[in-house]
Write a protein that binds this ligand. Structure first.
Ligand SMILES: C[S@@+](CC[C@H](N)C(=O)[O-])C[C@H]1O[C@@H](n2cnc3c(N)ncnc32)[C@H](O)[C@@H]1O
Length: 243
């Protein structure tokens, strides 16, 4: 597990994060959510595991759409408390566990999702192997991560709101320390090629790669939409375990 596994347990970080998520046109709601839900598609009768589920917001949508079960995996106890509130009165569950130590019986799950959480995991290979194991044949995995052009270098973030995005040290994958939500965090940079190889080497069939191209209707502000046309913030990969 990364040394920052309890990053979201720092009270100021959690406060900043929740405020960030309430901001109009925040990237999670304006960019990540629409593409993730489009990739997720039909959820009827699916057993879903959500790695790094945060507040388990996806559970509300998934269960409403007819998913058979939802289980979130979350390392932060503060986030876990919020997830428990989200899941109260539903059939959804959340496990206090790290993605790295998560294990489930083979072929029990139809969809494994992980939204903006795998950037905190150093070694993704065993995680993808576990995802492959737990999926039923034909089951799907959908991940969103901060885009490699963003994670390559965080220098321009130190200026506050970015006006330029420096891409540097791209092929030097690994840890990147930077200030995020008021505290120092370690994230792990992987190139696009590495994500691709990770998925296909595990045995998955790649079904979609998306780069968070903004859609005007998802933004309240024209200026924010224009700004998001400048550089991709997120990378999405969807893949299927062969039948
Ligand atoms: C940016 S938040 C995203 C939350 C949620 N997936 C969403 O999209 O709204 C990242 C979440 O991943 C969790 N996380 C980070 N590293 C983790 C790990 N190694 N194991 C489990 N959860 C982790 C954090 O605690 C946090 O709740």
């Amino acid at each position: 597990m990364s040394e920052d596994k309890e990053f979201y347990d720092i009270p100021e970080v959690l406060e900043y994060y929740l405020a960030h998520r309430r901001r109009p046109d925040n990237p999670n709601d304006a960019l990540e959510r629409p593409i993730f839900l489009e990739l997720a598609g039909n959820l009827i009768n699916l057993d879903i595991v959500d790695l790094g589920c945060g507040n388990a917001e996806f559970s509300s949508y998934a269960l409403l759409q007819g998913a058979r079960s939802y289980e979130g995996i979350e390392a932060s106890s503060s986030m876990l408390d919020i997830a428990c509130q989200t899941l109260a009165g539903t059939s959804g569950k959340v496990r206090h566990q790290s993605i790295e130590t998560w294990r489930t019986k083979a072929e029990q799950v139809d969809l494994v999702s992980s939204r903006l959480a795998l950037n905190y995991v150093e070694n993704l290979k065993p995680v993808f192997q576990e995802i492959y194991k737990v999926l039923r044949p034909g089951g799907r995995v959908i991940i969103s991560v901060e885009h490699p052009v963003i994670t390559s270098n965080f220098t321009s973030l130190s200026e506050g709101r970015r006006n330029t995005w420096l891409v540097d040290n791209y092929f030097n994958s690994g840890a990147r320390k930077h200030m995020w939500l008021g505290s120092e965090v370690t994230k792990y940079h992987h190139t696009l090629e590495e994500y691709f190889n990770l998925v296909t080497d595990t045995g998955f069939e790649l079904t979609s790669v998306r780069e968070s191209c903004p859609q005007r209707e998802n933004f309240l502000s024209e200026a924010e939409y224009e700004r998001r046309l400048r550089i991709p913030l997120f990378l999405f990969i969807a893949a299927r375990k062969p039948k």
